[in-house]
Design a protein around this ligand. Structure first.
Ligand SMILES: NC(=O)C1=CN([C@@H]2O[C@H](COP(=O)(O)OP(=O)(O)OC[C@H]3O[C@@H](n4cnc5c(N)ncnc54)[C@H](OP(=O)(O)O)[C@@H]3O)[C@@H](O)[C@H]2O)C=CC1
Ligand SMILES: O=CCCC(=O)O
Length: 291
């Protein structure tokens, strides 16, 4: 199967290379052209614009930073809308809000195209190893058609019904993720400042009921102040912001998530937005030092 792929950031690069390694023909586009080089070395072709990719491919996948980027690639000049038509499918795997997803869906389907949202849970390493969790919603026929690609990209795909449900599920998951990361950061600093060995804390956590791959995977690096980006902090803050808006729409009080969002905003203001979201740890250290 030949697929188009728009967006070669941390996730898109890993996912498109994974498709190529598993026998898919892939035509890629990225706003910054130089990021195509590594994927081309794995056998990809390059399209000059999103429209050119869609013209060439029956199904085009996108994974872009945020709602503004997702909308721009569809609606702007040389965008997806210029070539989408009957028989072609567009799958947006970016993490966006349901309103953005519905706006894209309406535009694609008004041109006769098929639309699926399919944000993913899991980060850089699961993207590299095909272990993502795919949260799809929208056009069921397009979902069925995309299953061979999803089977390469992920360990499990969910079809969640109407467009918007995938976006909502993803935001709920990441709202929890961001809140947990803040609690974990506070715990690491509290352990150290109160005279405990934080490595002992990691061992204790790993044996108990709240053991999880994130503590295990990121904890040791966090203790070395290593925040090399797998999931950029600026994207986690975007997800908290969008999840809080979903809370507003549904009358759900989320004081924990609101506090976590403030911490991620603080980290962004400290210039940490391009680091991993674990860098929110630095805001806890800062607060303790100034008190
Ligand atoms: N990293 C992770 O662990 C995960 C990320 N996600 C989500 O996946 C999406 C991508 O994440 P990730 O790969 O980490 O992000 P990156 O920041 O690494 O990549 C972002 C991509 O979006 C492109 N982009 C940004 N703005 C525009 C624009 N205005 N027009 C066209 N292209 C644009 C970038 O192009 P350029 O190279 O030119 O800047 C790049 O290809 C986000 O929605 C994120 O929340 C979901 C699960 C896990
Ligand atoms: O959206 C990013 C999710 C990152 C993760 O699941 O570790």
């Amino acid at each position: 199967m030949e697929v188009g792929f728009l967006g070669l950031g941390i996730m898109g690069k890993a996912m498109s290379i994974n498709l190529l390694k598993n026998g898919f023909k892939v035509t890629v586009w990225n706003r910054t052209l130089s990021k195509c080089d590594e994927v081309v070395a794995h056998g990809a072709s390059v399209g000059a614009t999103p429209a050119e990719v869609v013209k060439k491919c029956k199904i085009t996948i996108a994974i872009l930073s945020d709602p503004a980027a997702a909308l721009s690639v569809v609606f702007d000049k040389d965008g997806v809308l210029e070539q989408i038509c009957n028989g072609k499918g567009y799958i947006d795997m970016s993490t966006v809000d349901s309103q953005t997803s519905c706006k894209i869906s309406e535009a694609i389907t008004s041109k006769g195209g098929h639309f699926l949202e399919a944000p993913v849970s899991g980060s850089k390493q699961p993207a590299e190893t095909g272990q993502l969790i795919i949260l799809a919603a929208g056009d069921k026929a397009l979902y069925e058609e995309a299953v061979p690609a999803f089977n390469v990209l992920g360990k499990k795909s969910f079809f969640l019904g109407q467009t918007g449900n995938g976006a909502k599920m993803k935001l709920v998951v990441n709202m929890i993720l961001g809140s947990v990361m803040n609690a974990f950061s506070e715990g690491l600093v509290l352990a150290e400042r109160s005279g405990l060995n934080p490595h002992d804390l990691l061992d204790v956590l790993d044996l108990g009921g709240i053991a999880n791959p994130m503590f295990r995977g990121k904890g040791p690096a966090m203790l070395r102040d290593n925040h090399l980006p797998a999931f950029p902090l600026k994207h986690q803050q975007k997800d908290m912001r969008l999840a809080l808006a979903l809370g507003d729409e549904n009358g759900v009080s989320m004081p924990v998530a609101a506090a976590a969002n403030e911490a991620f905003k603080k980290a962004r203001s400290m210039g940490l937005g391009d680091l991993d979201f674990s860098a929110v740890l630095e805001t806890v250290k800062l607060l303790k030092q100034s008190s």
